[in-house]
Design a protein around this ligand. Structure first.
Ligand code: FBP
Length: 345
């Protein structure tokens, strides 16, 4: 069956995964944004959130490295200080505006310690509105926790089902779905455990996408890396993470998929860049889909610290953001070297 929006969807995928560019996630829900602002010493209000997102979106030079930005419902309705709606601003700069459409991960009934992501109610209508505002891609994040006996089959299946329904509705609206099943880094598990959970879960996700007739060419996977738990006694090194992640993706992700992007999930900034670079090198000539970044924290953190300490330092914060975007853009080509971090300083 030819999908009625196949052409538009695959074009959006192509723009988002342009070689040497990646996606910035600016879609923190108000609760997450407030927690990050408070840690940086900033009061979280609609206006401070708008100022901060404007600072990042308008950072000079970042447009060379960023293909699209994921916005939050509040943000997509906001505008630059000159009154240009954010989605219009992005489009004028050649960047694709995107929108987070899930309404958050809630406790999953009968599954203690596990969550299911909500947001399907009214989604068709919300997607039509976002499309009219200029959004051409969307994001939905499910969280899979590793623990004693976790994740359960129930949790993986409930989340995959919801994600597939979300993806099908997005494509019906001419919007590229980013499907983000995040295997959380929290815990003391080793990399073997992360690999088997990631593999098991990805198989369920792609089976469900197929059941719901999702056009793989018009969809993007946003995944966590195969990595040791944060509290693991012996954490795997950069090369190991790269090899395991690429091997797992090659095993589970159909070749027809439009692209694979990574979340940073609590890794350090430089660490996230190193991992992307190493994965690109490991995958060279083997991966059938483009791979790039879709980081929130790993792109924003230095900028937020500068701006949080002194809101007069907006230009410096912008430089810090554009710099991380540049480092990750190099990593997306497999051309990053850690010495570039200090050379620039
Ligand atoms: O506020 P939420 O919905 O919990 O989302 C948290 C963040 O997680 C992400 O999916 C991934 O971000 P990180 O790269 O910081 O892990 C972002 O897109 C999003 O802003």
């Amino acid at each position: 069956m030819m999908h009625k929006h196949a052409k538009a969807l695959t074009e959006t995928v192509r723009t988002l995964t342009t070689r040497g560019k990646g996606i910035v996630a600016l879609d923190e829900s108000n609760a997450t944004c407030t927690a990050r602002f408070e840690a940086a010493g900033v009061r979280s209000t609609p206006e401070t959130r708008r100022q901060y997102r404007e600072l990042l979106m308008t950072a000079p030079g970042s447009e060379d490295h960023i293909s699209g930005a994921i916005l939050y419902d509040e943000t997509i309705r906001q505008a630059t200080s000159d009154g240009v709606p954010f989605p219009n601003f992005l489009r004028a700069r050649g960047q694709v505006p995107g929108i987070k459409v899930d309404t958050g991960a809630k406790d999953l009934a009968n599954a203690p310690g596990e969550k299911v992501t909500e947001g399907l109610d009214g989604l068709r209508e919300r997607l039509a509105e976002y499309h009219a505002m200029g959004a051409r891609f969307a994001k939905w994040r499910a969280v899979i926790a590793i623990g004693d006996g976790l994740p359960s089959q129930l949790c993986c299946e409930a989340n995959a089902h919801a994600m597939a329904r979300y993806a099908a509705l997005c494509q019906e609206a001419g919007i590229v779905p980013i499907i983000e099943p995040e295997v959380l880094i929290d815990g003391s598990h080793d990399i073997d455990r992360c690999e088997s959970v990631t593999e098991h879960n990805l198989r369920i996700v792609f089976r469900e996408l197929q059941v719901h007739r999702v056009l793989l060419e018009g969809a993007i996977l946003k995944t966590s890396m195969v990595i040791s738990g944060l509290r693991a006694t012996k954490r795997a090194g950069v090369q190991e993470v790269a090899k395991r992640t690429v091997a797992t993706l090659l095993r589970c992700v159909p070749a027809a998929l439009g692209g694979v992007v990574f979340l940073s999930g609590g890794q350090g900034n430089v660490e996230s860049t190193q991992h992307l670079n190493a994965m690109q090198q490991v995958a060279a000539g083997r991966a059938p889909w483009p791979m790039t970044f879709s980081y929130a924290r790993a792109l924003q953190q230095p900028a937020l610290e500068i701006w949080g300490a002194n809101q007069q330092c907006a230009a410096e914060a912008q430089q810090a953001f554009a710099f991380r975007a540049q480092m990750n853009a190099l990593a997306a080509r497999g051309e990053y070297r850690q010495s570039l971090e200090t050379e620039a300083a």
